[in-house]
Design a protein around this ligand. Structure first.
Ligand SMILES: Cc1ncc(COP(=O)(O)O)c(C=O)c1O
Length: 373
């Protein structure tokens, strides 16, 4: 009998896929974690040109092309209030690999990683893969992560805590005051604050701030990606930034696991970051309209839902049996417990579908809710 590693035995395949399979082919899918828009034309064209010019036939530098890293640094100058040196960036195979590098490079066997519960599924799984111990922290009533709760959860064994804003699965956006606190906590306790910012452009109320803007000690590591911002989930291009020492350690993992991110995707992401940003604003504005339709519809059926301020997810509180009832009636939503124990009694609804489809789905959800009363 093969003896598999305990680290990997503790990880299971995400429950989200099973929900899709249970729902049948003509179901309305509100389980999706990706924008329903095409990758912008100028981005596709940049990749085609790079392929035709023969620019993508060889490995790039391990960190990614200099041009891509300069485009990423220019994005921080343009959109954020902190600077990033192109040398302190590693281009990765999606935000997923960037999260993996950050956790692998900073977490020793038995060390704890604090993350939001409910939270994105990778934080728990990647902690196990690194041999660490997950330490999930429940969210506040408005589904944001409380800095005080994070600080209270820190022990001598804590290596890292994860902040994700705008958040999957809740759509919550952390305030500037929270982000300032997260940076302070990371410094005071000398732990890493891993900030997952892949939904950065999709904010409807307030503004996106990164804890890196308040980081005076180099304790914040930022992960981002072209995946959601430019509707490029299939291209697999993300990045991680941090101090040169942290980048050096993350590069060691990346070099042996990946060598470099896909070259065509690097050219595409460079065009996405440095080209026109209107497609991003079009998506943001479409998501905001849909957010309003969804929240109104859920409230009309008597469900309680903190208004999501970003991303493209809502997480209402739902009665027992609601998720199954909705899925049986042909609308895919994801049970909250797929994102952690504290997600129980909630469902994640993605609104990466057009308004008409969303209204059809709301009708079905309304019938399911009435049937349970
Ligand atoms: C919060 C969050 N972080 C990171 C990722 C990973 O994104 P990707 O690997 O597609 O860039 C996702 C994908 O759903 C996500 O929701």
């Amino acid at each position: 009998m093969t003896d598999f590693s305990d680290r990997v035995e503790r990880v299971s395949i995400s429950g989200i896929r099973e929900v899709f399979e249970a729902a049948g082919d003509d179901a309305i899918n509100l389980g999706l974690g990706q924008p329903d828009f095409p990758t912008p034309d100028h981005v596709r064209e940049a990749a085609i040109e790079a392929i035709e010019a023969g620019d993508v036939d060889a490995y790039t530098s391990n960190k990614g092309t200099r041009e891509l890293r300069e485009a990423i640094a220019a994005k921080y100058d343009r959109d954020n209030d902190f600077a990033v040196d192109p040398e302190n960036i590693v281009a990765t195979s999606g935000g997923s690999e960037a999260l993996h590098l950050a956790i692998e490079a900073h977490v020793d066997a038995g060390e704890e990683v604090i993350f939001p519960d409910p939270g994105f599924v990778s934080y728990d799984a990647l902690t196990h893969i690194a041999g660490g111990e997950p330490n999930p922290v429940s969210l506040r009533d408005d589904l944001t992560l409380s800095p005080a709760d994070v600080e209270a959860a820190i022990t001598d064994d804590t290596a890292m805590f994860v902040v994700n804003s705008p958040a999957n699965p809740t759509g919550a956006v952390q305030s500037e005051a929270d982000m300032r606190e997260f940076a302070r906590i990371a410094a005071d306790h000398d732990v890493v604050c891993l900030s997952d910012e892949v939904y950065e452009p999709f904010v409807f109320d307030g503004v996106h701030r990164s804890p890196a803007a308040f980081d005076e000690t180099g304790n914040v590591v930022v992960v981002n990606a072209a995946s959601k911002a430019y509707s490029m989930t299939g291209w697999r291009l993300g990045w991680v930034t941090g101090t040169s020492e942290r980048i050096d350690r993350m590069l060691r993992v990346h070099q042996y696991a990946q060598a470099c991110a896909s070259a065509p995707a690097q050219y595409a992401a460079e065009a996405a970051l440095s080209g026109p940003q209107e497609p991003v604003e079009e998506m943001r504005s479409a998501f905001e309209t849909r957010r309003d339709v969804l929240v109104d519809g859920l409230e009309d059926m008597g469900l309680s839902v903190p208004t999501p301020k970003g991303a493209f997810y809502a997480m209402p509180e739902v009665p027992d049996g609601w998720t199954d009832e909705v899925i049986d009636r042909g609308v895919v939503v994801v049970p909250g417990e797929a994102f952690g124990d504290a997600g129980a009694g909630h469902a994640r609804i993605s609104y990466a579908v057009d308004v008409e489809t969303l209204k059809d789905a709301l009708e079905v959800m309304g019938e399911a809710t009435a049937a349970l009363r």
